[in-house]
Design a protein around this ligand. Structure first.
Ligand SMILES: NC(=O)c1ccc[n+]([C@@H]2O[C@H](COP(=O)([O-])OP(=O)(O)OC[C@H]3O[C@@H](n4cnc5c(N)ncnc54)[C@H](O)[C@@H]3O)[C@@H](O)[C@H]2O)c1
Length: 257
């Protein structure tokens, strides 16, 4: 691979206690990366960290001080080269409800605060710390990987708030990559399709999740979190990927409902 050798580097993985973040922490750790799992579910973060041999920290990505603590912990030793933003969540509510009442403003704001401001908090603080990491021979310091969703492009009925938040994550990719190019930090966003994670488990029963898998173009199944982690690892290693949003979705294009 013409790019970063992951062995001995450090990574910060937000939302690493569950789902896509956990898949990322597992894959990166197996490749010799010292991961710091940062999640508001401290018990979950601790349990996974123990299992795979990672560090962890409980905290909230919407709190800038928690984010700073997480970044400081991940940057200890001066080898923070990978930051992966997986903490986030979904929300279903229509522009107007069945009784014509307008979308709840508080819910809309909460989703932007978590998915957009949380990503901003971690990305900005991580970049400040990654600048202090020694550049590699080609000038690269590392990479920030953010998580959007195919809902940024194919927003379904009820995804007003969620699509707005993921559209913002998509739109931050290029300006962030441009801002950080002079210091050798790449920014890449993954837009996942349908992945079998506790987030989806919380919304749909097993039969519903299996039926949903059938709607994927090929292969006809939900994505596995390891496939997400493997793409993060590839992005980290392939130094020519930058300023781009990659759909990881088995070719699915979401219908209106
Ligand atoms: N699962 C999917 O199909 C899918 C598809 C597209 C996009 N995504 C996005 O991927 C991301 C991860 O989703 P997932 O399916 O792995 O969800 P998940 O619920 O399994 O995991 C999310 C993790 O983030 C943590 N978290 C949530 N809010 C936090 C906060 N404020 N501070 C710190 N940690 C927090 C949770 O405790 C949890 O451990 C989300 O942004 C989601 O929108 C998921």
């Amino acid at each position: 691979m013409r790019g970063m050798d992951l062995t001995g580097t450090s990574a910060l993985v937000t939302g690493g206690a569950s789902g896509l973040g956990a898949g990322t922490a597992r894959t990166l750790t197996s490749l010799g990366v010292r991961c710091t799992i940062f999640d508001r579910n401290e018990d979950g973060a601790k349990a996974l960290a123990r299992e795979i041999g990672a560090d962890y920290l409980g905290g909230d990505i919407t709190d800038p001080e928690d984010c700073q603590r997480a970044v400081d912990q991940a940057a200890e030793g001066g080898r923070l080269r990978i930051t992966v933003n997986c903490a986030g969540t979904g929300w279903a509510e229509r522009v107007i409800d069945r009784d014509n009442s307008p979308h709840d403003l508080g819910a809309f704001k909460r989703i932007q605060e978590l998915n957009v401001v949380g990503t901003f908090n971690v990305m900005t603080r991580a970049a400040s710390a990654m600048v202090l990491t020694e550049p590699l021979a080609d000038g690269e310091r590392g990479v920030i990987v953010n998580t959007a969703s195919v809902a940024a492009f194919d927003g379904q009925v009820g995804q007003l708030a969620y699509s707005a938040s993921k559209g913002a994550v998509v739109a931050m990719t290029l300006p962030a990559a441009r801002d950080l190019a002079p210091v050798g930090i790449r920014v890449v966003t993954i837009a996942p399709g349908l992945f079998d994670t506790p987030l989806l488990e919380g919304m749909l029963r097993q039969e519903q999740r299996e039926a949903l898998g059938q709607s994927v173009l090929f292969p006809k199944k939900l994505g596995h979190t390891a496939q997400y982690g493997e793409l993060v690892a590839h992005i980290a290693q392939n130094s020519y990927l930058n300023g781009e949003v990659i759909r990881l979705d088995g070719g699915i294009r979401m219908p209106p409902k």
